[in-house]
Design a protein around this ligand. Structure first.
Ligand SMILES: Cc1cc2nc3c(=O)[nH]c(=O)nc-3n(C[C@H](O)[C@H](O)[C@H](O)COP(=O)(O)OP(=O)(O)OC[C@H]3O[C@@H](n4cnc5c(N)ncnc54)[C@H](O)[C@@H]3O)c2cc1C
Length: 336
């Protein structure tokens, strides 16, 4: 079976690899080397955090399990299961704790002395926070490159090409995984992919040799991780808030917040990135074959860092066998 996959970000690369493993003759197409656009500007927090309906939680949870499994199989997978501290305590966290614990999610309360031990460089540890040990961080563009290398090792092909118009007749299946560019590409064959693309600003410090923080840290208006190369990366919101409007001022503000929360680290500003989040209008992933476009399979979503391995596995299964897993049911492209 011949499959063309358009887009070598985290979604296209992971799915192309899975399809190759399942025996398809796969060509992964992108004008740039694998690594993606949104993927290269992503925070990469792997989570099934609060505020999501149960069926979306289940999909995210299955994908977190898949990341842990991949990491066990190959330690070079750039996923780091360091856990998250939810530092900004409010009553929402009580609800999150009750609901997600009942769903089997591993959440624990930490008191101030434990927090200070877990994160000794933090300026003002809160009285209490939630600890999610199963969460982690992904180096997202590195993960896309990892999957592309695995794809090539398994016999797949990567082609550097900008696709102008979708041609679903060129292969048995065409996977559209071009992130925000999927909207215009789908339109070339009359298919609608209803996305918004809110901006997301991240700020990077210069690398620091020692470990400054040990988890993903979330507080109101600030989330921080330390990357394996020693840089600290911070953002202020997960949905395109006003801090993204004036990029220079927003970056300076985020850096100031990060530096204040870690005064011992003597952080030096390095750079910022501004990415567009490929976000379907209802916030949920779009995964599946549109009714009116035979041969096309759409895989476009936010939280693609979290979702890539399970989407790759289940979409590859659907493309190869026609069987659609119940986990994917709510996320079809014809729901709009
Ligand atoms: C600031 C920010 C923070 C985020 N934080 C998180 C987070 O903490 N956790 C999380 O799970 N998710 C997060 N996300 C979302 C996540 O990064 C994305 O959902 C994911 O990267 C999308 O991957 P993708 O492969 O679909 O798209 P992309 O990475 O954008 O890849 C699409 C690819 O398609 C290619 N392409 C485009 N047009 C064409 C064409 N005409 N022909 C051929 N190829 C084409 C592009 O070159 C690109 O390589 C964040 C995103 C941003 C921007």
């Amino acid at each position: 079976m011949k499959v063309n996959v358009i887009g070598a970000g985290i979604i296209g690369a992971a799915l192309a690899w899975r399809l190759t493993k399942a025996g398809a003759d796969v060509t992964l197409i992108d004008p740039h080397p694998p690594g993606g656009v949104a993927s290269a500007a992503s925070f990469g927090w792997i989570n099934a955090a609060h505020g999501n309906p149960r069926n979306y939680f289940d999909l995210r949870m299955a994908s977190m399990t898949a990341w842990h499994r991949l990491k066990k199989q190959d330690a070079t997978v750039p996923f780091h299961p360091d856990g998250t501290l939810y530092m900004h305590y409010d009553t929402d966290h009580d609800r999150h704790f009750a609901e997600h614990s009942a769903w089997g999610y591993d959440l624990r309360w930490m008191e101030r002395d434990e927090i200070a031990k877990a994160e000794p460089n933090l300026a003002n540890p809160p009285e209490r926070c939630l600890y999610a040990p199963y969460e982690g961080q992904l180096h997202v563009d590195a993960a896309a490159r990892y999957f592309a290398e695995q794809l090539i090792a398994a016999g797949g092909v990567v082609v550097r090409q900008h696709v102008q118009n979708l041609d679903t007749g060129a292969a048995d299946h065409t996977v559209l995984a071009a992130g925000t560019a999927s909207v215009d590409l789908a339109r070339t064959i009359g298919v609608s992919v209803p996305l918004t693309s809110p901006p997301g600003l991240l700020v990077y410090s210069k690398p620091i040799k020692s470990r400054i923080i040990f988890h993903t840290l979330l507080s109101e208006g600030l989330h921080i991780q330390q990357r394996p190369d020693g840089r600290l990366v911070a953002g202020a919101d997960f949905g395109g808030g006003s801090i993204n409007d004036d990029v220079q001022a927003g970056a300076a503000e985020i850096f100031t917040r990060m530096a204040r929360s870690l005064p011992n680290a003597a952080l030096e500003y390095d750079t910022y990135s501004l990415g567009l989040r490929p976000t379907p209008i209802d916030g949920l992933p779009i995964i599946g074959q549109p009714r009116d476009a035979p041969g096309l399979y759409v895989a476009v979503m936010h939280s693609g860092a979290t979702l890539a391995p399970v989407v790759a596995e289940l979409a590859a299964q659907e493309i190869m066998t026609g069987h659609r897993d119940t986990l994917l049911e709510p996320f079809g492209p014809d729901r709009f």
